[in-house]
Write a protein that binds this ligand. Structure first.
Ligand code: SF4
Length: 690
């Protein structure tokens, strides 16, 4: 049949940061099927529903196939030549009038690392704008900042394998069953190896992951810092700490001890809504474990105290010596397939190779490799994503370029974001799909290749660099992001200076290897062929900090005393419910891809709102009623109500995937002062009948 593949091509899944090995079956330049790669160390042949249907996105009807330029208010087809010429003219005009930093660029964890690396140089050294950031600031920035504060560097210290060997796994704000499904098999294997191991899930909702746990702690929203401090208090009080490790490898222990003295089980129980017994037994399980693993995702990161919460997690690992050993790690599970690649190689919150803008030595080192004057490298980072949006509203950023991201659905406080999109002089949207809720605002739409159409590498949460291969050619006139960047560099007249002789992403890889050599994220020994044959390789090896030496000024890790602040927008009489957001396994982020996959979209075609029966009874609402969710910002209208004990009284939950019922109409535009990550998780709403 036409569905029988005549060629099988190995690659890496392009959705989440688990980084599963996938083999795509191709026939006549069409991806006809996929299967899990049985030899891949991450997934051993398994795939989740998104991975299993990934080939369907390549020839989906919504693909962008043609450059489009707005003329007389309408987007009309133009040639690449015209599109790129106009883009350079418009951006140059804006920069001449308002300064180089009036260009804001937002990239994504969807590009291959080689593209990030190329884009960073193009934006910072070619266009000369510092105002460049990634949509990774909406998901992982708090983990990055927290790691840097504690350990002196980013980089998740553990491996997925640690989830199999730990005898205590504490998952905080991490619904892996929906969001990183293939990781769940690690929990299963853990149980098979050790019948006495324990999985504890801390989450305000009874998520699928909470249902799989031995113990679920249904914590009050943003109770996590109090819980972490409370656990530290009990560990210290009951002598369940590793004094040698603390003395040799950390600073700040005396301050931490004094600080957490107030976090008695009784106090923590009041703040978190958990029982004193459960707090005590969690601390004892953690402290007595031979190897304890803490995993977290967006429940921690999506907070105005996200970075601080990460340091409080790191505290627990450090005071018990649960780091740098098998089964023991404070482990940030990242979001997108290549969020890590963007952290290592891009030129956004840090210089490539985890170098620092502020360090003259780092700038000089890069200038030497790039053969440019070091004064061209900025001495501080530009604006972070939310600050670029605010600068656009304030009229300081006048041109915006979004690459493979859809802020009209993914950015908090949509009314403000809309103002930003409407107020710039020139808006470029480069994406594999059109129309999207963001591209509808664009002056220029650049059709881009997506996963399955380009070559390079992704890095997953465990620092595993995996090969990504093209399986088909892009549709219509779509081009790879790399080709678009290089074509723009040519038009700008910087191609030979910044990208000498480059014709493919492999040229970018070769330079990136030199840039990363000797750094923590060292790619210099990897070859693409080896990465493909072996199912990737982890930079830094299986785990970081095995020697207890940290890349800080003192070589020691820093313990932080983290205050527990109430979240910004507390419920009141008018807005009486706490709004929480999250995801479901069938969909990916803003559904530009998964809405196009019939199998996935049929399973979950619409958004819903979860409400506890107690609240529903008060509002006289019944299952399947249509409701509005109202906040101080705006209203999500006509959402299906699900009445369920999955959410606690006083809280409601909605998935953020759906443009038609955009949860970000109501979310709060409040950001972590350190990481600049949005507080997507807690804001005050009321619910009314539609
Ligand atoms: Fe892809 Fe993640 Fe699913 Fe694996 S778990 S198949 S990487 S979406």
């Amino acid at each position: 049949s036409s569905r029988v593949a005549d060629k099988w091509i190995k690659t890496t899944c392009g959705y989440c940061s688990v980084g599963c090995g996938i083999v795509v079956g191709v026939r006549d330049n069409k991806a006809v099927t996929v299967r899990g790669n049985p030899d891949h160390p991450v997934n051993c042949g398994k795939l989740c529903p998104k991975g299993l249907s990934e080939h369907h996105i390549l020839d989906a009807p919504g693909r962008a196939k043609q450059p489009l330029l707005r003329k007389d208010g309408k987007l009309v087809p133009v040639s690449w030549e015209e599109a790129l010429t106009v883009m350079i003219e418009k951006i140059s005009a804006v920069q001449q009038k308002y300064g180089n930093d009036s260009l804001g660029v937002i990239s994504t964890g969807q590009l291959v690392t080689e593209e990030f690396y190329t884009l960073g140089k193009l934006v910072q050294l070619g266009f000369g704008s510092r105002n460049y950031d990634g949509n990774t600031t909406l998901c992982m920035a708090s983990a990055v900042s927290g790691y840097k504060l504690t350990f002196g560097s980013d980089g998740p210290p553990g491996s997925y394998a640690d989830m199999e060997t730990a005898d205590l796994i504490l998952l905080i704000g991490a619904n892996i069953a929906d969001n990183h499904p293939i990781l769940c098999q690690r929990l299963e294997r853990n149980r098979q190896r050790n019948a006495n191991s324990t999985v504890i899930v801390v989450d305000p909702r009874v998520t699928k992951t909470a249902m799989m746990a031995d113990i679920h702690l249904p914590i009050k929203p943003r109770g996590d810092i109090a819980l972490l401090n409370g656990i530290a208090h009990i560990l210290i009080r009951d002598g369940l700490i590793n004094r040698d490790y603390i003395d040799q490898h950390t600073t700040g222990f005396e301050e931490l001890t004094a600080f957490v003295a107030d976090f008695t089980p009784q106090h923590v129980a009041e703040v978190t809504g958990l029982s004193e017994e459960s707090i005590l037994s969690t601390a004892h399980l953690y402290g007595k474990a031979k190897a304890a693993f803490i995993g977290w995702t967006m429940g921690v990161n999506h907070s105005t105290q996200g970075a601080a919460t990460v340091t409080a997690i790191n505290n627990l690992a450090l005071i018990t010596g649960n780091i740098g050993r098998a089964g023991a790690a404070p482990f940030s599970i990242t979001g997108q397939c290549n969020a890590m690649g963007s952290r290592e190689s891009s030129f956004t919150s840090a210089l490539p190779g985890y170098r620092k803008f502020e360090k003259a030595h780092d700038r000089e080192e890069l200038a030497g490799i790039w053969n440019i004057d070091a004064t061209r490298i900025p001495t501080s980072r530009g604006l972070a994503y939310p600050d670029i949006i605010e600068a656009a509203v304030a009229g300081k950023v006048k041109a915006l370029w979004f690459i493979a991201t859809n802020p009209a659905v993914s950015f908090p406080n949509y009314p403000l974001l809309k103002q930003a999109l409407e107020s710039v002089d020139f808006l470029v949207v480069q994406d594999g799909f059109h129309p999207t809720p963001t591209s509808e605002f664009a002056h220029l739409v650049l059709p881009a290749a997506i996963w399955g159409e380009k070559e390079g590498t992704y890095t997953n949460s465990e620092r595993r660099v995996s090969k990504v291969n093209p399986v088909v050619t892009p549709p219509g006139l779509a081009r790879t992001d790399f080709d678009i960047f290089i074509a723009l560099a040519e038009k700008l007249g910087v191609k030979e200076e910044l990208f000498p002789g480059w014709t493919s992403t492999h040229d970018a890889f070769k330079e990136w290897q030199r840039v990363s050599e000797g750094r923590m994220c060292d790619y210099s020994k990897f070859t693409w062929q080896q990465l493909e044959d072996e199912g990737g390789a982890q930079w830094g090896g299986e785990r970081l900090y095995a020697d207890g030496i940290f890349p800080t000024a003192t070589g020691k890790a820093q313990l932080y005393s983290v205050p527990c602040l109430p979240f910004v927008e507390q419920p009141n009489e008018e807005y009486n419910l706490i709004f929480n957001t999250g995801r479901t396994v069938e969909h990916w982020h803003t559904r530009t891809k998964t809405a196009e996959v019939e199998m996935l979209n049929t399973m979950v075609p619409n958004a819903w709102l979860e409400m506890n029966p107690v609240d529903a009874a008060k509002l006289e609402l019944r299952p399947h009623d249509r409701v509005n969710v109202v906040s101080r910002r705006s209203t999500v209208r006509n959402v299906e109500l699900r009445i369920t004990g999955i959410v606690a009284p006083g809280q409601v939950f909605m998935p953020f995937h759906f443009a038609e019922s955009n949860s970000n109409l109501v979310t709060l535009g409040a950001f972590d002062p350190i990481s600049r990550e949005p507080n997507f998780k807690q804001c005050a709403v009321r619910v009314e009948k539609f």
